[in-house]
Design a protein. Structure first.
Length: 263
């Protein structure tokens, strides 16, 4: 308990000024994200390889365990913890912006500093949101389908697309997933880059992130839809597209943070 209190301790005066951001800032962040990715493609390979591999593992485990209904929640919910895995990308963008050596070996340097505890605390919070999403998704499936298990993925897809309960699963499931995604976005979009960049505690970083979303709700909602759309596009070719989409989004998130938070 003492350790948790220390990690989430709030220090008055550590929260910076939050700027209002617009669609123009999103375009700037994405452009800078692409620029960083093109400038440091070999440096981020060790980071982005995690995602396609993890996606294939999720699919394999789902089929082997006969948990086909959890395939979509697992694949989509994995993005909830993506901001934590992008810590290395934030650090690479920070180092490049400051004219430092953006060597891949230094990508996870923040996890070896005072920031490690707060970063891990936010990561654990995102993991808890991910697990809650899986519980909610399975609970919804049980409510609509009972304990029946689909025999094949094609049979399950056909049922979902052609029956009333299937459409209920699609509509309600997406609404619930949207709520979890918004929560994860509000908590992490500014907090994790901020923890890489500044000496602040986890609670101050999370509160700053929430303040940023409250200050520019439409812009961050638009950012959420951009992230979701790009992730879906990256998942379609057996998750391989994530190898390009995720590093660009990671770098872009860093630049969005810098546009949002005053120096």
């Amino acid at each position: 308990m003492t350790t948790l209190r220390a990690i989430f301790a709030h220090h008055v005066g550590t929260r910076p000024e939050v700027r209002t951001v617009s669609a123009q800032d999103l375009r700037f962040a994405l452009a800078k994200g692409v620029e960083d990715f093109l400038a440091m493609p070999t440096h981020v390979l060790f980071v982005i390889a995690i995602y396609p591999v993890a996606g294939l593992i999720i699919a394999t485990v789902t089929f082997e365990q006969d948990l086909i209904p959890l395939l979509f929640p697992l694949a989509s919910g994995f993005a909830l913890v993506g901001p934590f895995a992008a810590i290395g990308l934030y650090e690479l963008s920070r180092r490049r912006a400051e004219g430092l050596d953006p060597n891949w070996a230094r990508a996870y340097a923040p996890l070896r500093t005072h920031a490690s505890g707060p970063i891990l605390a936010v990561g654990l919070l995102l993991t808890a949101i991910f697990l809650a999403w899986l519980v909610a998704a399975m609970g919804l499936y049980w409510t609509l389908y009972g304990t029946d298990r689909p025999e094949t993925i094609l049979g399950f897809v056909a049922d979902v697309l052609t029956t009333a309960r299937g459409w209920a699963l699609i509509v309600v499931g997406n609404l619930v997933g949207f709520a979890f995604s918004l929560l994860a976005l509000a908590i992490s979009v500014i907090s994790l880059p901020m923890l890489v960049d500044r000496n602040v505690d986890a609670l101050a970083a999370i509160e700053t992130s929430l303040d940023a979303v409250r200050t520019s709700p439409r812009t961050f909602l638009m950012w959420g839809f951009i992230v979701a759309g790009l992730l879906v596009a990256g998942m379609l070719p057996l998750f391989v597209g994530l190898a390009v989409v995720l590093p660009i989004l990671g770098h872009a998130t860093w630049h969005l943070y810098r546009r949002t938070i005053a120096p």
